[in-house]
Design a protein around this ligand. Structure first.
Ligand code: SF4
Ligand code: ZN
Length: 314
């Protein structure tokens, strides 16, 4: 491994797009500077915030919780709490939930856990089984994404959050970008900005992504260097989704053409500003006529899925 470009010590990381190498200390400095720059550039937080962090118990969300808890010691007006959505994926979420609880207790972080079973009526495993038995065309990630987004907003609001922070990193964001372009979901692109909630709906909690400009592997290294070792475990449904293939494709592209992920992010940001310019604002300021939550349509996606699953009547 090369030597650190700043101090000459043994490097732990080489940034392939620039060719610069960094030792442990200077990598952590670089990481922190980059995340704080994202926060400033996109005005993710103000001085007084009740921040709820969406966690899964994996390395990304525990790293965000670690990063934000440390930063909050210097920002008097911040309160940090965590929210875990338990989808009910056996052999997976039960394991990561334990990792999260252990971390939160060690760090003295207040948290809340909300489950699909209690809030929606079925675990994700049960939904997938039922959906298959009645011939619904959805992949597990569809139910998961819709109900998780729904519950994160609803429960964070109930907790009194002024902002909900998620651990989406640059890789996550550009994967979703490519997926949405492929399936012609251009109207969903504005959700992929570093800060969403341009449309003010009284029940909508603004969402921010502090890790927006750092790579997945950089977050992984941040976790290791800070002694954050959650169980290395993969969701049993992950490989069924389109995201998996796109992830592999983007990793191969980056391998051959270092820096291409950053270019893709810039392309996304430009696309978002073009769409916002054309529409005036991001869509979705309606109220679901069934559940009263914010929605892009008369009936929100979560209620539509509940109807299809036979959990509620239309
Ligand atoms: Fe949910 Fe799909 Fe992620 Fe598994 S891989 S946690 S089903 S979104
Ligand atoms: Zn609804």
């Amino acid at each position: 491994m090369a030597n650190c470009v700043v101090c000459g010590r043994r490097a732990v990381y080489i940034e392939r797009s620039s060719g610069y190498a960094y030792c442990e200390r200077h990598f952590l400095k670089l990481f922190s500077r980059r995340v704080r720059k994202t926060m400033r550039r996109y005005e993710l937080f103000s001085e007084k915030e009740d921040i709820v962090i969406a966690v899964s118990g994996g390395k990304d969300s525990l790293s965000l919780l670690h990063f934000m808890s440390k930063l909050a010691k210097r920002v008097k007006g911040w309160r940090i709490r965590a929210l875990l959505i338990d989808e009910g994926i056996s052999g997976y979420r039960d394991v990561t939930k334990k990792d999260f609880i252990k971390f939160a207790e060690e760090w003295g972080i207040e948290y809340r856990i909300a489950s699909f079973k209690e809030e929606v009526g079925l675990t994700l495993d049960e939904m997938v089984k039922k959906g298959r038995s009645i011939g619904l065309p959805y992949l597990p990630c569809t139910y998961c994404g819709v109900f998780r987004r729904y519950l994160l907003n609803k429960v964070a609001r109930e907790m009194g959050a002024t902002v909900l922070a998620t651990a989406h990193n640059l890789d996550d964001v550009i994967q979703t970008y490519v997926m949405n372009v492929i399936v012609n979901n251009l109207d969903k692109l504005s959700r992929l900005g570093p800060k969403t909630g341009v449309v003010r709906h009284p029940k909508f909690v603004p969402k921010v992504k502090p890790f927006y400009e750092v790579l997945e592997k950089e977050v992984a290294l941040y976790a290791v260097l800070n002694g954050i070792y959650p169980s290395f475990i993969e969701c049993p449904y992950a490989r069924l989704g389109v995201r998996w293939t796109i992830r592999e494709m983007l990793n191969k592209l980056e391998e051959r053409h270092p820096g291409i992920k950053y270019f893709t992010l810039r392309s996304l940001l430009r696309m978002i500003s073009t769409i916002r310019g054309a529409e005036g604002a991001e869509g979705g300021p309606l109220t679901c006529k069934i559940c009263g939550e914010p929605s892009a349509h008369e009936v929100c996606r979560a209620c539509q899925l509940k109807i299809e699953l036979g959990l509620i009547k239309p």
